[in-house]
Design a protein around this ligand. Sequence first.
Ligand SMILES: CC(C)(COP(=O)(O)OP(=O)(O)OC[C@H]1O[C@@H](n2cnc3c(N)ncnc32)[C@H](O)[C@@H]1O)[C@@H](O)C(=O)NCCC(=O)NCCS
Ligand SMILES: Nc1ncnc2c1ncn2[C@@H]1O[C@H](COP(=O)(O)OP(=O)(O)OP(=O)(O)O)[C@@H](O)[C@H]1O
Length: 205
Amino acid sequence: MKQSSCKIIGLTGGIASGKSTVTNLLMGKGFKVIDADKIARKVVCVGEPAYMDIVDEFGERILNEDLSIDRIELGKLTFQDGNMRKRLNSIVHPRIFQAIKDEVDKYSKIEKFIFLDIPLLVEELEKIKAKGINIDEIWLVYVDEKTQLERLKKRDGFSDEEALARMRAQMSMEYKKKYADKIINNSGSLEELKEKVEILTKSLK
Ligand SMILES: CC(C)(COP(=O)(O)OP(=O)(O)OC[C@H]1O[C@@H](n2cnc3c(N)ncnc32)[C@H](O)[C@@H]1O)[C@@H](O)C(=O)NCCC(=O)NCCS
Ligand SMILES: Nc1ncnc2c1ncn2[C@@H]1O[C@H](COP(=O)(O)OP(=O)(O)OP(=O)(O)O)[C@@H](O)[C@H]1O
């Protein structure tokens, strides 16, 4: 069910390219943003169906003492091993995309624009479309690889090896450019980013 009066804009990029920073700017301007990373955290909470599937798949080694999912441990397993990551994705992605679809249906009745912040939008585009999420435009938050690596290491305290493993778990940003209707180059300063977001949002009709 697509509401013709609401435009759905997919916001994507690579890990640490600046999607959350752009999302905060958009929310500051009053836009509705649906954040896939936040939804991904909700669908694996204790008691949610994906929680038991993850425990069945990966065992109790990925649990904290309070029985919640140990994200550091699960991250170590899945970013080091593509097969493990595929298994995790197959458990959580259908639930994440369904929750996004539900939110889109809800907010498209009242909003003129909805942004979907989805890191793996390009990688999972076919599955997202198959859920009935109709994306009108894709905005790519781009950053050059060197800056991306530096920002990722700084933000998360990763070694080169840990940061590169995460970057390699995604399609390259050069490749993602092919899918983008708008490219927001975030290799510069935060001030420059703000200006770019200001210009793009002003052009929205
Ligand atoms: C592996 C997990 C537990 C690690 O948790 P952690 O808190 O360290 O990271 P967080 O969830 O904040 O993700 C940080 C970034 O990593 C990247 N990322 C996350 N999951 C994946 C994945 N499966 N493949 C490639 N990159 C990913 C994204 O750029 C994301 O913004 C977690 O990322 C997870 O559950 N991932 C699977 C769900 C998913 O694909 N989420 C992305 C939204 S579509
Ligand atoms: N233009 C910039 N100049 C300097 N630092 C920046 C800039 N843009 C973003 N950052 C910093 O880079 C890091 C990554 O940005 P952000 O968290 O927005 O990326 P993200 O794409 O949402 O990451 P993830 O994929 O992990 O969710 C953060 O520490 C952020 O403060």
